[in-house]
Design a protein around this ligand. Sequence first.
Ligand SMILES: Nc1nc2c(ncn2[C@@H]2O[C@H](COP(=O)(O)OP(=O)(O)OP(=O)(O)O)[C@@H](O)[C@H]2O)c(=O)[nH]1
Ligand SMILES: [Mg+2]
Length: 274
Amino acid sequence: MAALFGHTGQAYTVGITGAPGAGKSTLTDALIGRIRRDGAEVGVLAIDPTSPFSGGAILGDRVRMQDHATDPGVFIRSMATRGHLGGLALATPQAQRVLDAAALPWILVETVGVGQVEVEIAGAADTTVVVVNPGWGDGVQANKAGLLEIADVFVVNKADRPGVAETVRDLELMLELSAGSAWRPPIIGTVATTGEGVDELWRVIGEHRAHLEASGELVVRRAARLREELRAIVVARLQAKVEDQCRGDAFEALVRRVEARELDPYSAADELLG
Ligand SMILES: Nc1nc2c(ncn2[C@@H]2O[C@H](COP(=O)(O)OP(=O)(O)OP(=O)(O)O)[C@@H](O)[C@H]2O)c(=O)[nH]1
Ligand SMILES: [Mg+2]
């Protein structure tokens, strides 16, 4: 990473997140096709935090993106957590950097938007696309999962199914309530399986990028992400140090002295850290 880092910072990252089965992989596949039509190269990270055994979903991603499997302008990598979510939160930006350093101008990151860590990973993109499906309460679910806050663009995918208008209205209402920023997330209907709406989605992603660049917010966002990442690394290192300190003979000896009431726990901690 030390060798690569100086070569990074050029790629633009688009996060694609939403509930399991919302059509994220199919949509990602359609976006790959759209990007390739412009002749640009693209890297894809499909992150699968849910299943520790994971064959299923990752194989699914491969199958769904196999149109592009032999295209040298497309690099697709699946990553699983093996039950260690925190590790994934640290590993994902590193994986993005490898693709960035390889001079891929676009990086798409697919994550399942459930749970705090996943949403955190999903939000660590330049543009975050939140995918929902038609049907009552889907907007509410996005809100509950914390996806509303990280959304730059909403996609109502599976727009070939009934209930699109209600879902759009639902999302609009919630955006109304949380309004206030300079960018209002647009809501795009798509049918990922046929490619319907994908051109418009791509256009809107471009608009959001232009907005971030013109307003200076892109620089601010990226700086905030680096700050958060550095902080997370420091916390992880300190945590490892703590684990190290709190075992072994010296630690056990202190526990015994506390047990014998020779020492109070605070003084014991001072002694250990000193
Ligand atoms: N009818 C319809 N089906 C769709 C559409 N988009 C995706 N699907 C189907 O929905 C299913 C799930 O699609 P995926 O792309 O795997 O969804 P995902 O969000 O990546 O799923 P996970 O990664 O497992 O969370 C597949 O059977 C797709 O063919 C759509 O626009 N309309
Ligand atoms: Mg998927």
